[in-house]
Design a protein around this ligand. Structure first.
Ligand SMILES: Cc1cc2nc3c(=O)[nH]c(=O)nc-3n(C[C@H](O)[C@H](O)[C@H](O)COP(=O)(O)OP(=O)(O)OC[C@H]3O[C@@H](n4cnc5c(N)ncnc54)[C@H](O)[C@@H]3O)c2cc1C
Length: 265
């Protein structure tokens, strides 16, 4: 894998997307390798020392050889400062970083599960799977309608999927309930003739439930973890998660994608 580069990424477009998200399109140098589904970049607003550290973001689409699309929501100071940047400005970008999702073997059915703001890496994965003619079943959960992926991304998920299932906890869109309410029965269908592989990204409690269902149904499962991260390069151990076999795994270096059974949930 080529080593990640620190570079300047120029903001081509930066707009609100739905009620909760921002869509950021970055122009990246042609010398930077294109991200694989599940990889991420560290972004830092230049000219500020607060926060000093860059913040990690997944990639939702590779638009051209030199432009990528990111969706994020504002949760703290770093994302708030990012949300104030305008087209034409440059950001410090490091990446692509980490290990992405392994593509399934031929004949395997991909099952994608996402919750909350975990949809960007799964969108890039869904597009890559469709390109290779896989028939993905996609499950998207959110607390309410406003937390669902923005309309354009939802439409795109629909285009990539052979079936799309949506839940919201308050019932404002899709079925009322948790996404695992639909996902679990689907995985345990008694007449399942096609072998499957599960790919998930979202809040840790959702990933834990998904991995439990996967283990019960003996379906291999890969989860992308979104721990808080400091260096992004494996040096500080700040993003470590506990490993089932003992010790720790660094989300930025060994992940962010792990086999679910590797993690001590
Ligand atoms: C590999 C990876 C990919 C990511 N991809 C995306 C993405 O595509 N879109 C997106 O919106 N976000 C994504 N995130 C999360 C994003 O990096 C954080 O929201 C961001 O770093 C917060 O920075 P901040 O300075 O705004 O907030 P901070 O001031 O650092 O934190 C504000 C609040 O948010 C909480 N918080 C911060 N980071 C996280 C986290 N990772 N998980 C749970 N709570 C957190 C803190 O505990 C605190 O309460 C990703 C994280 C990782 C590790």
């Amino acid at each position: 894998m080529p080593s990640p580069r620190l570079c300047n990424a120029t903001i081509l477009s930066h707009t609100a997307a739905g009620r909760q998200y921002y869509r950021l399109v970055l122009k990246i140098p042609g010398t930077v390798s294109l991200p694989l589904p599940g990889q991420f970049v560290m972004l830092r607003v230049t000219d500020t020392i607060d926060p000093l550290l860059a913040r990690p973001f997944g990639i939702s689409s590779v638009l051209t050889r030199t432009s990528i699309e990111i969706f994020y929501r504002v949760v703290g100071r770093g994302t708030m400062l990012l949300s104030r940047t305008r087209p034409g400005r440059t950001l410090d970008m490091l990446g692509p970083l980490g290990r992405g999702f392994p593509m399934p073997e031929k004949g395997i059915q991909p099952i994608l599960v996402t919750g909350g703001s975990g949809f960007p890496p799964l969108h890039l994965l869904a597009k890559a799977l469709k390109k290779q003619k896989y028939r993905s079943v996609i499950f998207i959960g959110a607390r309410d309608r406003s937390e669902l992926p923005p309309a354009g991304i939802l439409r795109s998920f629909k285009e990539q999927a052979s079936a799309l299932h949506i839940t919201t906890e308050d019932g404002s869109a899709g079925k009322k309930g948790l996404i695992t309410d639909l996902f679990a029965p689907y995985c345990s269908l008694p007449d399942r003739s096609v072998k499957a592989k599960i790919y998930a990204c979202g809040p840790t409690p959702m990933l834990k439930s998904v991995s439990t269902v996967a283990a019960e149904c003996s379906i291999p499962c890969f989860v992308s973890m979104e721990e808080r991260m400091a260096c992004g390069l494996g040096a500080c151990m700040g993003c470590s998660v506990r490993r089932r076999a003992g010790g720790y795994l660094r989300v930025c270096k060994e992940g962010p994608v792990f086999e679910a059974e590797e993690i001590a949930w």
